[in-house]
Design a protein. Structure first.
Length: 416
């Protein structure tokens, strides 16, 4: 086994070291918002294979394939730090299919996500490690999709009445600090990039905020993850779980509605990223009838959205690092960036909103030197939008016309 792997590694390396001919592309933009805060008119971005090699204003290098996007503004490929790519469509029917079938149906969401200008996702829970399979298929080039960084099975405490005492623990499940540490080790051994902890109730039409994982359990999992070089995102719909997640040393905090000022101050002080995911409840609201939510669900969602937005507004004011996470699920893909509209409502400028999906999100990922900017040495992940994304967030949300991921054009709607 080892020998085969080594040989395969050598062959792959040979292809990278000595390509038949380096594929160089020069992309001309009318304007480039590169993510560093700089705006360049008549920019030329040179891409060799899957990396950006230069950004300037001169003539394209001789022999390069020229892509003329002078009618558009270039922005960095965006990063959605909270998705559920493997769940498949429609919650009312997905339970009747196998997890693998749902993952394969999720392929449609990969393309729609790219069309929204998102070229990297952090995927936040999956069954049977199907997120790892999806990541592998994309990295092998068999499927086209955003770069995926995955968590495997989210860590959780036993909650289901269908899991009687004494039954074997499900994937990611634990009760007590030792079992949470074990569950974290299992995910890492399986090959995940991040650890996710479901620290509270809340999902779909359920907007309750009960803390389900104790501080000690969170801390045990966080410590193991950090000791093995992995970051941890903790889901908490409510303020109690959020407070403990911050105390336990989470790297990102998901949802976290109704945090008080002291908790937000602590989040800012400890430089923990906040991922509000406001828009996913809008999606649930819009689909409440189709998803057969019980009476009252829409009112609950409306109330939760208002409080989620208010918490985000406070966090913006306090200077928190806020990253775009759509919590996209089922058929929500393609709407990944609608979250940015909420961020502007919460007090961000369009430029800050764009940063939440580029440089800030790259920081959350620990990839600030490789994604989130159009700069030499970075992955060639670039989007072209029709209009000025610094003036109007709607340009970023609804006017993506062209996307390059890893040096390949994956979306082209420039020809009408
Ligand atoms: Zn989620």
């Amino acid at each position: 086994m080892l020998k085969t792997g080594f040989a395969a590694g050598l062959i792959a390396a040979a292809f990278i070291v000595a390509p038949a001919s380096a594929a160089t592309k020069a992309i001309k933009f009318g304007k480039l918002v590169d993510g560093s805060g700089k705006v360049t008119d008549n920019a030329v971005v040179v891409v060799t294979d899957n990396k950006i090699t230069s950004v300037g204003t001169g003539a394209p290098p001789a022999g390069a394939e020229v892509i003329d996007l002078t009618a558009f503004t270039g922005i960095p490929g965006m990063i959605d730090v909270h998705t559920h790519m493997t769940y498949g469509p429609d919650p009312t029917t997905r339970a009747s299919r196998t997890n693998a079938t749902n993952m394969i149906l999720g392929r449609d969401g990969l393309q729609k996500t790219l069309e929204s200008g998102v070229t990297t996702v952090r995927d936040m829970n999956a069954s049977d490690y199907l997120d790892i399979s999806m990541r592998e298929l994309i990295n092998m080039g068999v499927w086209t999709g955003p770069r995926m960084y995955v968590v495997g099975c989210g860590l959780r405490a036993t909650r289901s009445r269908f899991n009687p005492a004494g039954a074997p623990l499900g994937c990611g499940e634990g009760n007590g600090p030792n079992e949470f540490a074990r569950a974290a080790r299992q995910q890492i051994a399986a090959g995940v990039d991040w650890i996710k902890i479901f620290g509270s109730t809340g999902s779909g039409d359920d907007v309750t905020q009960f803390q389900t994982v104790t501080y000690e359990e969170m801390k045990a999992a966080v410590d193991i993850a950090h000791s093995m070089g992995k970051r941890v995102g903790i889901h908490s719909y409510g303020p109690g779980g959020a407070r403990d997640a911050i105390r336990a040393g989470a790297d990102s905090l998901e949802h976290a509605t109704d945090m008080d000022d002291a908790t937000i101050a602590e989040l800012v002080k400890k430089k923990i990223y906040f991922v509000p995911t406001i828009d996913h409840n809008r999606y649930y609201f819009d689909n409440a009838e189709r998803f057969k939510y019980p009476p009252g669900a829409k009112a609950n969602l409306t109330d939760f959205i208002a409080r989620n937005l208010e918490t985000t507004r406070k966090a913006v004011k306090a200077g928190a690092m806020i990253a775009m996470g759509s919590d996209a699920i089922y058929e929500m893909f393609g709407q990944n960036t609608r979250e940015l509209g909420w961020f502007v409502k919460a007090g961000m400028t369009p430029a800050q909103a764009l940063a939440s999906a580029t440089t800030v999100a790259a920081g959350l990922m620990g990839m600030e030197k490789s994604i989130g900017q159009v700069a030499p040495g970075f992955f060639a992940d670039i989007a072209a939008v029709d209009g000025d994304p610094l003036k109007d967030v709607d340009v970023t949300i609804n006017k993506v016309r062209w996307v390059m991921k890893d040096g390949a054009v994956v979306v082209d709607k420039t020809r009408k």
